[in-house]
Design a protein. Structure first.
Length: 128
């Protein structure tokens, strides 16, 4: 299932990029409604998004759920621990090297990377 274009915002993969994208998302909603949930494609972006929500008085997770991707150590150390998707970066890096070094005659193939959803304090059932 594809998301509508208006549901996807591009930003730098930085804290400031996440803050600006969330601020833009909140400003762009004419009726002042807050989305139900946001998934940032990097935890560091989610940290910035969390800052933008706090600046505007939006309560997490009561009004919006927020999650990131990577499970950086900072994610669980925040005053509101960040929900995230944990990915095996070492395994994925080793697989990338294996693919890069393969013979051109080899088929690419695929591999399964075990990912884990880590639920923490930034996700819940928003009340409407």
């Amino acid at each position: 299932m594809a998301l509508p274009g208006s549901a996807v915002l591009e930003s730098e993969f930085t804290r400031e990029g996440g803050r600006r994208a969330m601020a833009s998302l909140l400003r762009s909603n004419a009726r002042g409604e807050v989305p139900t949930a946001v998934l940032a494609l990097a935890d560091v972006c989610a940290v910035g998004a969390l800052a933008a929500l706090r600046e505007r008085g939006v309560r997490v997770p009561e009004e919006i759920s927020l999650a990131g991707f990577d499970d950086i150590p900072l994610a669980e150390d925040l005053s509101l621990p960040l929900s995230t998707v944990r990915i095996p970066l070492t395994l994925m890096g080793a697989e990338a090297v294996r693919l890069a070094l393969r013979s051109p005659a080899d088929t690419v193939g695929s591999f399964d990377a075990p990912v884990q959803v880590v639920l923490r304090a930034t996700t819940g059932a928003p009340r409407r």
